[in-house]
Design a protein around this ligand. Sequence first.
Ligand SMILES: [Ca+2]
Ligand SMILES: [Ca+2]
Ligand SMILES: [Ca+2]
Length: 218
Amino acid sequence: MREGFWRTGVGVLLLAISVSLFLAATPARAQLVLNEILADPASDWDADGEVDARLDEWIEVYNAGAADVHLTEYWVRDGLGEALHLNLFGVLPPGQTAVFYGYQAVAWQQENDAGSSGLSLNNGGDTVQLLRTDPDDPENLLLVDEKIYGPHEAVDDRAAGRLPDGEDWSLFDELNPYEGDELPAGNGCEPTPGGSNVCDNGTPVDAATWSGVRERWR
Ligand SMILES: [Ca+2]
Ligand SMILES: [Ca+2]
Ligand SMILES: [Ca+2]
């Protein structure tokens, strides 16, 4: 009896230790994520009166966490080389999005003697990286999110965006419908720079929705 008690006690202790080790080893989900990217502008997205392939590019970030995010700790670069294109700025409350345009990247680069290439979102496909200043070593940057997009996501006014905010990537192609077979498929909705990613015309059924549907028909 007593032996059984000790065995159970040791078992519970080992279980508790392994659960806490698991929790310690599981990285927290990034609080700030890349949320939408428009790499090939064919419209005057920054509303300065001109369409410009460099200045009208934009990226959007989303605060998926429960606390304010100080965007000055975050940086953006693309897949080519180590050069940083923009130090974000401002404070982003939970559940909110913020958009940054190519003209803001150019302004930052010129102020910091870092050229004037802008966000450098290649139309043939590219990798966009979101980095954060390492709290333990301010000289170091940590990769917090990355979006690899293909050529079909970067054609005249199509935006790659998460749907809903912070979740799986989709293609916002209302302004330039995509009929091909590459993923993500087009959702027929408009890009939303600086606003929540919404799409209510034939939103693709995602895994969560599908399990809900299945549940109802059991
Ligand atoms: Ca581009
Ligand atoms: Ca413009
Ligand atoms: Ca958006």
